[in-house]
Design a protein around this ligand. Sequence first.
Ligand SMILES: Nc1ncnc2c1ncn2[C@@H]1O[C@H](COP(=O)(O)OP(=O)(O)O)[C@@H](O)[C@H]1O
Ligand SMILES: [Mg+2]
Length: 171
Amino acid sequence: MPGSRSNASPNALPRHVRIPHVTVPPPRLLTVRGIAATWRVAAQVVADLPRGGVVALQGELGAGKTTFVQGMAQALGIQRPVTSPTFTLCGEYASGRQLLVHMDLYRLRTPDDLLTIGFQEYLDRQALMAIEWPERAGDLLPPATIWVRITLTANAHTRHIRVSQGGPPVA
Ligand SMILES: Nc1ncnc2c1ncn2[C@@H]1O[C@H](COP(=O)(O)OP(=O)(O)O)[C@@H](O)[C@H]1O
Ligand SMILES: [Mg+2]
């Protein structure tokens, strides 16, 4: 009889298949007015990531991605000013708590080039990575990546910030 050769239940999983337990919180949709308000959101994201991780920052040029990373640095007590790493792709900022790595992948040619700038080593060291233009990384970003999408509004001082997990937001 077909299927009668195995005693295993059809729903039993092979032992080596591990199902990660990922709890995906609902996205947070915020409207912030002024840089200090953006920094408060950044500090909250840092507080939620006590042992490193990846924060992917989406948004057009001028949206406020680097400003957000500056807020993350401030929350970590980093004194050195965070500047755009556009030409070097990557800047390291040491803090007593954890290493902050700021990447701007705008000029990344292929996702594999991310590995040549030490992405895997940073993950292994449990660095906190803040990545602008994360779309350039293809599917290399871990599932637990925090996605922060910043959008400009009609008001020059105001931004919408969407914080989510479980893959880039579709809309
Ligand atoms: N929440 C905010 N409110 C007002 N101005 C902001 C805010 N966030 C960023 N800005 C301003 O927008 C400009 C671009 O910010 P920046 O962080 O460099 O953008 P991006 O890295 O996305 O290109 C800067 O002049 C910055 O001061
Ligand atoms: Mg920037």
